[in-house]
Design a protein around this ligand. Structure first.
Ligand code: ADP
Length: 466
């Protein structure tokens, strides 16, 4: 080989390396684009005051920002994987919340393209698993963002099945599909689908390479199958062992003593007295006004009178099912009523909150305090008060027991409520105010019930405080 040949080869190699670097930079910009779009979109919604609860926008923006941070780290990971020095974390991860959040991140994007986005849990998910949280999240984000990007109509579904410490996550779509010749190649860095439809989408072919590399590092595997023109299905199979010892429960919420802002009314409809007892004992001390019903018709009648902010609704009840009750509640209580389905049967899982379902969220029984408060907080846009925050005023539970001096008035009130003597109740409440001035918020709540002619609610409240 002449010196000239050598020089030419060295020059070609340098040029190829330069081209790879340029492609890499373009790829990075593309990966940055989807979280930035989420931040941009939600920031605009925030600017249009009232378009969206600020807390909801805040949490999407925060998660998108987290994704960007993760991305930077992900890119570093790739170089670490390539050089064989990547360290895998063993976090204890709340699997249901993690998948929920990832799906939530894409709701706006899917809706903007007119696509459905479904989340299906087959069987039961363990509350906690041990894995590298950030990397698992990144894998799910990559697969879902592709499913939405490469789909023009129909939609995407994330389905998850967990059995014997193994998770199978399937992300399927009704999109353009992948040619048989491409199905393996697309997992290579910088390789993209050969069809014009694929090329028309922005991207540079790095996502699946990262996804497969991360999955392998976590002891899993990602494969793809497709019917070109009809859709694709990506399968992630990986070991997600449950921790031997459950982490301390209620870590985030155990110190919660109340919430900021006006008092909120909750209605629990459940035919299981034990469930009702658990929920009311969890929620009343936090300052919620809690009404209870043991079947659908009673719940509907009560809802008409107490106008709840949020209903916790069981599905399986004799007579009307929870789904039917949810439909009717929407008609009875117009406006901002939030409905959370609570079910013991994970097969019935439907995420809700997509504008098409009658419910806004879904909780699995047995209800865990963390999940319950997280859901209620998100739905009602509540800021929680924790012990040590100096909870005062409206946050103080208003159905706290009344002082000794008020008890005689409570007895009088009970008698008046039984006979439905509205004027008498009004007068007795005035007397009670004079006898227990420190309990003004509780008495104001009683007046509100009286004004709404909710004598049953008032009777319950008297039982509570007496
Ligand atoms: P990018 O999307 O930036 O091209 P990826 O590595 O994520 O990079 O994907 C590589 C290629 O695989 C894409 O260019 C596309 O052709 C194909 N692909 C990935 N996901 C899908 C999907 N859900 N439907 C159809 N094609 C897909």
């Amino acid at each position: 080989m002449t010196a000239n040949d050598e020089l030419r080869r060295a020059k070609e190699a340098a040029e190829a390396a330069n081209a790879a670097k340029t492609r890499y930079l373009v790829a990075v910009s593309h990966e940055i684009r989807s979280p930035l779009n989420a931040i941009y979109g939600y920031a605009q919604l925030l600017e249009r005051e009232g378009a969206i609860p600020p807390a909801e926008a805040g949490s999407v923006i925060r998660r998108a920002a987290e994704h960007l941070t993760n991305l930077v780290e992900g890119l570093l990971d790739i170089s670490r994987i390539e050089s064989g020095v990547l360290k895998v974390r063993q976090d204890v991860v709340r699997l249901p919340a993690l998948v929920d959040h990832v799906v939530d991140m894409f709701r706006m994007q899917a809706a903007a393209k007119g696509l459905s986005l479904d989340y299906v849990v087959n069987g039961r998910l363990p509350p906690f698993v041990r894995t590298d949280e950030k990397r698992l999240r990144q894998i799910l984000i990559n697969l879902l963002s592709n499913a939405i990007k490469y789909t023009r109509e129909g939609g995407a579904t994330l389905a998850i099945t967990y059995r014997s410490q193994m998770a199978l996550v399937e992300v399927s779509d009704t999109g353009i599909g992948i040619a048989a010749d491409d199905i393996e190649r697309i997992f290579e860095p910088f390789e993209r689908g050969s069809s014009p439809d694929a090329a028309a989408q922005p991207g540079i072919g790095l996502g699946l390479a990262i996804t497969r590399a991360l999955a392998r590092v976590l002891g899993g595997e990602v494969t793809a199958s497709s019917e070109p023109g009809r859709g694709s299905r990506f399968r992630l199979r990986m070991m997600l062992p449950e921790p031997m010892v459950a982490p301390p429960r209620a870590s985030a919420y155990e110190r919660v003593t109340g919430y900021h802002g006006e008092r909120r009314t909750l209605l629990v409809i459940d035919d299981d007295p034990a469930q009702i007892a658990v929920l009311q004992n969890l929620l009343r001390p936090l300052g919620f006004m809690v009404f209870l019903a043991s079947n659908g018709p009673d719940g509907l009648a009560l809802a008409e009178r107490c106008c709840p902010d949020l209903v916790l609704l069981d599905i399986q009840m004799p007579g009307l099912s929870g789904w039917e009750v949810a439909e009717r509640l929407r008609r009875v209580c117009r406006g901002k009523l939030r409905i959370v389905i609570v079910s013991a049967n994970a097969h019935e899982f439907q995420a809700g909150g997509d504008g098409r379902s009658s419910h806004d969220a879904f909780l699995s029984k047995p209800v865990e305090l963390d999940g319950l408060l997280e859901t209620i907080g998100r739905q009602l846009d509540l800021g929680w008060i924790s012990a040590g925050d100096g909870a005062v005023g409206a946050e103080t539970p208003r159905s706290a027991p009344l002082p000794e001096a008020a008890l005689a008035h409570i007895a009088t009130l009970r008698g008046l409520v039984r006979t439905g003597h509205v004027r008498g109740i009004d007068d007795a409440l005035t007397d009670l105010e004079a006898a227990a001035p420190a309990s003004a918020p509780t008495i104001a709540e009683m007046r509100r019930l009286l004004d709404a002619f909710d004598l049953r609610g008032l009777a319950r409240m008297l039982d509570d405080v007496g």
